[in-house]
Write a protein that binds this ligand. Sequence first.
Ligand SMILES: Nc1ncnc2c1ncn2[C@@H]1O[C@H](COP(=O)(O)OP(=O)(O)OP(=O)(O)O)[C@@H](O)[C@H]1O
Ligand SMILES: [Mg+2]
Length: 251
Amino acid sequence: MPPASLPLAAGAVVVSRAPLARPGKVWNSQGMVRLDDIGLRYGRGPEVLHGISFSLPEGSFHWLTGPSGAGKTSLIRLLSLTERPSRGTISLFGRNPDGVGRNARQALRRQIGVVYQDFRLLGHLTAFDNVALPLRLAGEREAAIAANTAELLAWVGLAERMAARPVTLSGGEQQRLAIARAVVAGPRLIVADEPTGDLDERQAERLLGLLVSLHRNGTTLLVATHNERLIERFPAPRLALSHGRLVAQDG
Ligand SMILES: Nc1ncnc2c1ncn2[C@@H]1O[C@H](COP(=O)(O)OP(=O)(O)OP(=O)(O)O)[C@@H](O)[C@H]1O
Ligand SMILES: [Mg+2]
């Protein structure tokens, strides 16, 4: 069983030290994330998500599944505020990110940890600085940043590569770096897009264990994957997409 017993005191410690203390219950715990009849089209192209409605209770863990092209990444782009819906409404932490100003939208964004399918690491920064960035944006003190970042990088097996630029890392190393960056600031919501696609089975379980341990500590978690073995290993309700529609939501 990975985390709980592992040095991942790291994850827990990082979370508990994080500056974004969770406020009292000001949102509806039945719908920390709520989508209501959402549609998405890219530019003038065809609609790729159609009439999507669901809610994720605070602290829940769901898998997001569906064949290639079903719309998993598109849905994650909406939840990570990378894209805006073409129709329908989203509620995150009780607020509509499309109905607030730029600063408020950025503040919402900083409460979401995202693992992008294509990593989106910053090429001009070292591995250390990529992971430290969310803590710097949150205004953490440098000493705390150094301790948390080093601890987490060591946990994901990158202690020796802290000074490396992302381009010099392997695919799996980049993926572990992307996961570390997503979790380091203790976000309230983590959305992860195929976060273990470049990892071997053992590493995939270990890293998924990290995400699940954060969920057990209260973080809301949504993970897109094709890996049925991982789903078996970490059972959780699933949102299933097919051709841009939600075809199943158990739990
Ligand atoms: N930036 C984009 N511009 C236009 N169309 C896009 C864009 N990104 C995705 N699409 C289209 O949206 C649909 C859903 O794609 P999406 O990437 O969300 O699928 P996915 O479920 O994540 O697939 P995969 O498992 O291969 O990652 C596809 O038809 C795709 O061609
Ligand atoms: Mg995808």
